[in-house]
Design a binder for this molecule. Structure first.
Ligand SMILES: Nc1nc2c(c(=O)[nH]1)N[C@H]1C(S)=C(S)[C@@H](COP(=O)(O)OP(=O)(O)OC[C@H]3O[C@@H](n4cnc5c(=O)[nH]c(N)nc54)[C@H](O)[C@@H]3O)O[C@H]1N2
Ligand SMILES: Nc1nc2c(c(=O)[nH]1)N[C@H]1C(S)=C(S)[C@@H](COP(=O)(O)OP(=O)(O)OC[C@H]3O[C@@H](n4cnc5c(=O)[nH]c(N)nc54)[C@H](O)[C@@H]3O)O[C@H]1N2
Ligand code: SF4
Ligand SMILES: [Mo]
Length: 748
């Protein structure tokens, strides 16, 4: 903190997206005002870079629509109630449901901002255990869940993600991601544009494969259109050519990778000539791509959102890693690599994890498997409206807006109305929380500290970053982590402090004693003595840092990290480039990678039979797109980000527009799917692949009963997830198809 008069300079990371850029804030603590937010030039990760959403922290804090007191729904709208009343009622109602109908009658949905708040993250994991319900939903099954499943199968842990080392590669393929706008996902790398430019300036090649000629495609050497959902065909053909042309060269990986021959057999039917029609990419283009990729010194294939939320999401996510492994571009500089978190969650374990828990429990209606404790959002509505006596009766949403972010929001809204009780832990009265009986608001980022906990496991360079609290919270405000504890405690009739003690004991057991970390020879008692008595996430963070790979081992005089030392550094701490970590890091039995797991093998026939269908596809399909000023659904109420012309438009290729009877200037269209129908402004553009239309998600704010005055006035838009069909899923993982939804478009 640097003080001049009453204005102080504070440094924090931006909590909005994964890039986690360094910010420099000018603040006046006496009046609790943020004067300016700028890029922190001295931040080693972002070097001053920011995007327009960097202003969000201030705007959210100041937003008069933001909820500051607990609310209860009444016949005449929501009324403010006291914390005691609110928490008592939440605890009692959920407890009653659980006692009468069992733990699985209470479900939950955890949304994206949880991942950007370390206190929320740590305590959510514990909260889910305390709930003990297998109806545990979260944003993952409309996002990266197929990657989790693939990582679980290959590396023994759903959260061990290999990250593309984009700064050190020579040849980069970006498949189904648009980092120029999204700023990277499972790739925490501020200023993607500058990095990709630097990659090309030093002679590196960049190829983007996407059904839209995106902002990222515009800075690439080459862009290939691909039919939505057909990536698994392309990648199997890639593998086919690697074998056919003897380009398979896993190198050092061969000593701990099994199943390569099986992969060869699986790829056999997918010659480029066989898949050209299905993918929309010529056999020649596929062969050239493979040859160039294999010939480059260091190559990396990076797949993200578009490769996950599709009919073959898990096969595709698996194939992305297979391609990198077969060509030796894995666990080495310039390929896919595993970051090392200072907090110790990505350290080798003494004992391998048991296998992925797949399908021990199944949903009541469609019987989709619960995987590693998660049920996919595609079945959320039916578990409420069609499961009879076994139905979901109580529901908790935490920092999520599933009405706008999960498929068939209309059905979900009706289902929410049938619940016996719903509570939302959220800071806005929005399209989802309006269904809640009680809303519990939390403090926002300026009022609590933060640590880039999740994104230190996805960063292109190892890093540690603590962000201090800027303002004291209002006396009425409650932290997110505390609310989770309070709710769980009241459901169990015990003080929240007891739960917090249990949480600390669990963390001590988990994070001490790991080989090659500073906590290897420290006992829980020794560690506990050094930790603060103040409850909450900071002492848990201190524990993880001090016990972690670069920690001080709870020795105050030793070198190494502790929360105190990290707090003294105003910027991110760079902990060096990613380094090879295999096979030690693997959490599989014998620390080996089985490249051809049974679940994957069993899913390949489903792909084979779909090849002809993709090849003869005639109608239009819908995909999404992200925009720089949005973050999913929740920043549209901030004027600086919402102003300007309406952004929720349907992009359509000129040929398709003509077929739909539209003028070249676009105009209003009607777009229909099995589940819904929307009227929306069309924009005719050849940046779309013919046969594919694009609509951004997170809009649809013009509904009654919300308190989003700016969003409703400036950017109401339409909810594209009324068109997303809850019956369309990647069968292996249960993830919803958001890329490639069959639609019809006609002029209004
Ligand atoms: N069609 C389509 N659907 C999609 C996507 C797509 O590309 N296309 N993308 C998907 C992806 S990748 C994701 S991650 C999901 C996101 O899905 P969600 O997480 O459900 O959606 P968000 O819009 O991020 O909702 C964030 C919620 O958290 C609240 N919130 C914000 N900050 C805080 C806070 O500090 N504390 C608390 N308690 N609440 C807070 C907001 O008010 C809002 O209600 O959407 C998915 N849905
Ligand atoms: N500005 C902004 N930034 C964000 C967000 C936001 O809402 N706004 N959301 C954040 C979140 S939660 C996430 S998860 C990340 C996601 O970040 P990214 O993974 O970069 O996702 P998108 O930007 O949606 O890009 C997905 C691309 O896949 C393409 N695509 C669609 N279908 C297919 C297909 O079948 N195959 C292929 N190959 N491509 C396909 C789309 O046209 C699109 O260009 O972004 C994060 N950053
Ligand atoms: S890219 Fe923008 S939203 Fe993302 S962390 Fe940086 S400033 Fe924040
Ligand atoms: Mo996401």
């Amino acid at each position: 903190m640097i003080e001049t008069g009453s204005v102080e300079t504070v440094y924090r990371s931006c909590p909005i997206c994964e890039a986690s850029c360094g910010l420099q804030l000018e603040v006046d603590r006496s009046s609790k005002k943020v004067l300016t937010i700028r890029g922190d030039q001295a931040d080693p990760r972002s070097s001053g870079y920011i995007c327009p959403k960097s202003q969000a922290m201030k705007a959210v804090y100041e937003d008069p629509d933001r909820i500051r007191h607990p609310l209860r729904r009444t016949e005449n709208g929501f009324e403010e109630i006291s914390w005691e009343e609110a928490l008592d009622e939440v605890g009692k109602r959920l407890k009653d449901i659980r006692e009468a109908h069992g733990p699985n009658a209470v479900g939950s949905y955890i949304g994206n901002p949880t991942g950007h708040n370390f206190g929320a993250m740590l305590y959510t994991a514990f909260f889910m255990q305390a709930l003990g319900s297998y109806r545990a939903f979260n944003g993952g099954s409309v996002d990266q869940f197929p990657k989790n499943v693939s990582c679980s199968l290959l590396y023994g842990d759903p959260w061990l993600f290999p990250i593309p080392d984009i700064d050190r590669t020579d040849f980069l393929i970006i498949l189904g991601a648009n980092p120029l706008v999204s700023q990277g996902s499972l790739l925490s790398a501020p200023n993607a544009k500058a990095r990709l430019r630097a990659h090309r300036d030093k002679g590196g090649k960049l190829i983007t494969i996407d059904p839209r000629r995106t902002e990222t495609a515009a800075v690439s050497d080459e862009h290939l259109f691909i039919k939505p959902g057909s990536d698994a065909f392309l990648l199997f053909a890639f593998v086919h050519v690697l074998f056919e042309e003897k380009l398979v060269a896993p190198g050092r990986l061969e000593t701990f990778v099994d199943g390569i021959e099986t992969v060869q057999e699986l790829a056999q039917p997918f010659a480029p000539e066989q898949v050209a029609q299905a993918t929309g990419i010529s056999a020649e283009a596929i062969r050239n791509l493979v040859r160039e990729f294999a010939a480059a010194e260091r190559s990396v294939l990076y797949g993200r959102f578009g490769t996950c939320t599709q009919e073959f999401g898990t096969l595709t996510s698996w194939l992305v890693d297979v391609v990198n492994i077969l060509t030796g571009n894995f666990d080495r500089p310039g390929g896919l690599m595993f970051p090392r978190a200072a907090t110790g969650q990505t350290e080798p374990v003494a004992e391998p994890n048991p296998d992925m828990v797949y399908g021990e429990n199944r949903s009541a209606v469609r019987e989709v498997p619960v995987i590693d404790g998660q049920m996919p959002v595609a079945v959320m509505a039916e578990e409420i409206d069609s499961a009879g006596e076994d139905r979901l009766r109580g529901f908790i949403t935490v920092a999520g807006n599933p009405i706008l972010s999960t498929p068939n929001g209309a059905r979900l809204g009706k289902a929410f109305e049938q619940l016996d009780f719903m509570v939302s832990i959220d800071i806005y009265l929005n399209e989802t929380t309006r269904y809640a009986d009680i809303i519990l608001p939390t403090t926002t980022h300026l009022e609590h500290s933060n640590y880039d906990f999740l994104f230190s496991t996805t960063s292109v360079r190892n890093m540690a970053r603590f962000s201090p609290q800027v303002f004291e919270p209002d006396p009425e405000a409650r932290h997110h982590w505390l609310l989770l504890l309070e709710v769980a405690a009241r459901m169990n009739g015990i003080p929240w402090e007891t739960l917090d003690d249990m949480m600390l004991a669990g963390m001590l057991a988990t994070f001490l004693g790991k080989p090659d970390t500073a906590g290897e020879n420290v006992s829980p008692e020794q560690a506990r003595e050094k930790l603060s008595d103040e409850r909450g996430p900071e002492r848990l963070l201190d524990l993880m840092l001090r016990a972690g790979p670069g920690g001080d081992g709870f020795d105050d005089s030793a070198e190494g990290l502790s929360l105190e030392k990290l707090s003294a550094v105003p910027h991110a701490v760079d902990l060096g480039p990613l380094e090879p970590r295999l096979p030690e890091l693997l959490r599989t039995v014998n620390r080996r990678i089985n490249l051809a797991p049974a679940l994957i093998i069993e899913d390949v026939p489903r792909l084979r039979t779909a090849c002809e269908r993709f090849g003869s596809q005639k109608g239009l399909v819908l995909v999404g797109r992200r925009q720089l000023q949005n973050m999913n659904s929740w920043l549209h109420n901030l004027e600086p980000l919402a102003k300007g012309k309406s952004r929720c438009t349907l992009l359509i290729h000129p040929h398709d527009a003509e077929r739909a009877g539209l003028p070249a200037s676009g105009g209003l269209v009607c777009i229909r799917s099995r589940t819904g129908e929307l009227q929306v402004q069309a924009e005719v553009s050849d940046e779309m692949m013919p046969g594919v239309v694009s609509l951004p998600h997170g809009y649809g704010h013009g509904v009654k009963g919300t308190k989003l005055s700016v969003a409703s006035a400036l950017q109401p838009g339409v909810n594209t997830n009324l068109l997303a069909d809850e019956l369309l899923i990647d069968e292996l993982s249960g993830t919803s198809v958001l890329c490639g939804i069959p639609v019809e478009v006609s002029a209004e």
